[in-house]
Design a protein around this ligand. Structure first.
Ligand code: UDP
Ligand code: MG
Length: 168
């Protein structure tokens, strides 16, 4: 079993329903390591890049609103990277399949997800589905310095005129 990294996102409905602790406990069963975590507000640019492979789907505009928190008055998500043997399939197993009504009832999506009247699957958490997808997503959500493990090659660069928030 090869070591893999996978991106988990606890979506706005997961935070709104106070499921963070529950989901982290379930994921702890895998004995995988958390190597990064952050709580953030998802802006439209990140939302669209994360779901760009679905941009032609009829539910895409709703999906973007959903991950940005517009449907829950809750604009936070929690993003984590899990690392270890077979991480992608182990985490997908705990998440359950995409459609919460078809998901195993003891999976996170099966237990806590729902289908909106619009048809959108509100399914509590995201989990990467392949090593290539995991790498693409992890590089979108995390900088090298935010990860407590050297996952992918990086380079050091000097940035000029780089706008950044610093404490007053
Ligand atoms: N989704 C949906 N209807 C669909 C397929 C996907 O509402 O028929 C939403 C759902 O929230 C899902 C997300 O779009 O989690 C991303 O879709 P994907 O096919 O990547 O499923 P996942 O990898 O999340 O299981
Ligand atoms: Mg997917």
């Amino acid at each position: 079993m090869a070591n893999e990294a996978t991106l988990v996102i606890i979506k706005p409905d997961g935070l709104k329903k106070s499921l963070t602790g529950n989901i982290l406990s379930r994921l702890a069963e895998t004995r995988l390591k958390i190597i990064a975590s952050r709580v953030l507000q998802v802006d439209e640019k990140l939302a669209v890049r994360h779901y760009e492979h679905l941009k032609n789907e009829p539910f895409f505009p709703d999906l973007i609103k959903y991950i940005m928190g517009d449907m829950h008055g809750e604009n936070r998500v929690m993003a984590l990277i899990y690392f270890g043997p077979d991480a992608i399939s182990k985490v997908r197993q705990i998440a359950g399949v995409t459609n919460p009504e078809k998901a195993d009832p003891v999976s996170v999506r099966g237990a806590y997800g729902r289908i909106l009247t619009t048809g959108l699957f509100e399914n509590v958490m995201h989990a990467s589905s392949s090593p290539d997808e995991a790498e693409r997503e992890i590089k979108l959500w995390f900088e090298p310095e935010e990860i407590a493990y050297e996952l992918y090659p990086y380079q050091e660069t000097i940035l000029n005129a780089y706008k950044k928030k610093v404490w007053k």
